[in-house]
Structure formats: C-alpha cells, structure tokens
Design a protein around this ligand. Structure first.
Ligand SMILES: C[S@@+](CC[C@H](N)C(=O)[O-])C[C@H]1O[C@@H](n2cnc3c(N)ncnc32)[C@H](O)[C@@H]1O
Length: 297
C-alpha cells in the first residue's frame, strides 16, 4: 500500500472545539489519514483513550503503523458507535466525539478504486468491503426514476434526468462496468456549453453515486443521536460536513436538541464555521467544509 495521504480539513478549529483534556476519553469516527487522531492522541496523553473508526481497511492498516498506545483502532461504520463502544470496554461516556465526513484524498486518488472520474477502474465507490449497495448494482439495476432522484438530490445535478435516461439506454446494449464508460455517458448527456468551468461534468453524478453506495446520509442520521447519548455532561460533538444535505441534517438535529423547553445540548456554532481563505488556497478540497459543534448540557 502506498502512503495513505490526506490533508486534514479545519484541523485547528476541530481540535479547539473539542477542548481536549489530558487523560480524556475521545472518539474520532472518521480516521482517514489520521490527521485528527494523531493530534487527539498526543493531547490526551498516555492516560487518555481514543477510539478511531473507519470503514476503510486501508485507513486502519495505515494508522496501525504508528503504534499509538492510547488509540483503539476499529474497522467499522460510525453508525454502529454504540456497539463499538461496548466492545471496546473503555467506559461508556466520552469527553468529545468528532466526525469529518465524506472521503479522503487517498481514497479519491487510489487508481484501483472507482471514486474518481479521472481514473479508469471498476465501478466500486465503497469506503469499505461491505457497502450498503454496490455501485455497479445501482448503475445497472436501479430504475430510471430512482437514478434520476439520486443524481438530482445527492448530486444537485440539473441534468439528472438526461443522465439517468442515458444510463438506462446504454445498459440495455451492454452492462456498464467501468468509471470511463460512466464518464462517457455523463459527458454525452450534458451539452458542452453547460459544462462548469470549475468542476468536471461527472463530479456531481459521481458524488451522488458514492453517497448512495455507502448510505452516507443514513449513517449520519443514525450516528448523531448515539453520539449525543455517549457524551459526558460538558462533552463536545464536532461534525465537519461537505454536502448541503449533510449540513442540513446536522443543523436540524442540533436545533431540535437545543430547544428552550428541555435542551440537551448547547450550540457552540450558531453559524457553521467555514475554512479560511488561506486554507482553501492551500487545500482546494476544503472549500465546501462546514463545521458545527455542540456541548452536552
Ligand atoms: C474526510 S476523511 C477523514 C479525514 C481525517 N479527519 C484526517 O484528518 O485524516 C473521511 C473518512 O471517513 C471514512 N468514513 C466515511 N463514512 C464513514 C462511516 N459511516 N463510518 C466510518 N468511516 C467512514 C472514510 O472511509 C474516510 O476515510
């Protein structure tokens, strides 16, 4: 395996909001390249515990090379947090929990995986070995209306209907099995004059298919209430999202739990934090990040 590379997004902000305590108990639900986990592990010291989770076995393998003594590394979905914590036997309550959603640069750039429209590989956009639904199944078996809905809703792609129709027409002739075949279908569906100057025409459709493959919104919805439940009083939850639907789920969930009559959490970010111009210039991937943080009352 090559180096599992990822530049952590809004690292300082996430760590500041977690207000990390020496000897504290923390969870990083999205280990990735380990950017957040390394800093948390250092700050909690040898008496602290960090549980770092990722669906991707390659992320796990990469981080295990560090041999951090105070980190328990778990290859699982953060939606299963309750079971993961029970199995870890590391106490039931936490001082802080963080998730930095989506995919890592290492995953995007891995030529053997199907995340990027720039490489030609098999149609597999799963974070781990057991996706909610296989990408090739979605492409070759979903009805045209479902394809359109996913591409429109998750990808916010205005050409969703045309792309969905063309996928169905194309697969009638021959099963679609590579990212290049999919890219060609997408490109032929969007008239050139409507191509964005900023992003590749396949960006939105690929994002939509990745989200459906991994059941990303469902995992987030399942994770949020468990995370709040597992926090100590005064414990903090930090969520970094990259998609407006994710951010809306987080925002509404936090708002509901902070209602005046019986608040369970206090919102620390009335407006989501976004990366500085300097960070976006250095790391273009960070451009759509939104950070929201709460404290358990
Ligand atoms: C943006 S990266 C995290 C980067 C990390 N914060 C860092 O600094 O290196 C997101 C990671 O979350 C993982 N992931 C996405 N959804 C997940 C889920 N539901 N459960 C566990 N891991 C997930 C992906 O496999 C990916 O490695």
């Amino acid at each position: 395996m090559t180096n599992y590379f990822h530049i952590p997004v809004m690292l300082k902000e996430a760590i500041d909001f977690l207000k990390i305590k020496l000897a504290g108990n923390y969870i990083d639900g999205t280990l990735g390249g380990g950017g957040y986990s390394k800093v948390i592990s250092e700050k909690i010291g040898p008496q602290g515990t960090l549980i770092s989770i990722d669906l991707d076995p390659l992320a796990i393998e990469n981080f295990l090379k560090n041999n951090f003594k105070n980190v328990i590394v778990v290859n699982d979905n953060f939606a299963n947090l309750e079971e993961i914590v029970l199995k870890s036997k590391k106490g039931a309550k936490f001082d802080g929990i963080v998730v930095d959603l989506g995919l890592s640069s290492a995953q995007l750039e891995d030529k053997d995986r199907g995340f990027s429209f720039l490489n030609n590989s098999s149609l597999d956009m799963s974070f781990g070995p057991a996706p909610e639904k296989e990408t090739s199944f979605i492409i070759n078996s979903y009805g045209v209306r479902d394809l359109e809905r996913i591409i429109k809703e998750y990808g916010q792609e205005s050409w969703a209907r045309k792309i969905a129709n063309n996928i169905v027409l194309s697969r009638k002739k021959k099963r679609i099995s590579t990212t290049q075949e999919l890219v060609d279908i997408i490109i032929s569906s969007i008239p050139r004059k409507f191509w964005s100057r900023k992003i590749h025409p396949a960006t939105k459709t690929f994002q939509a298919l990745r989200m459906e493959t991994n059941g990303e919104l469902e995992s987030l919805k399942k994770f949020l209430p468990i995370a709040v439940k597992l926090l100590k009083k005064g414990g903090r939850l930090v969520v970094i999202s990259f998609h407006s639907l994710e951010d809306r789920i987080v925002k509404n969930f936090f708002r509901d739990l902070s209602r005046e009559d019986k608040p369970i959490i206090k919102i620390l970010t009335p407006k989501p934090l976004v990366p500085s111009e300097e960070e976006v210039n250095k790391n273009f991937r960070s451009r759509s990040a939104k950070l929201r943080a709460v404290e358990k009352i």
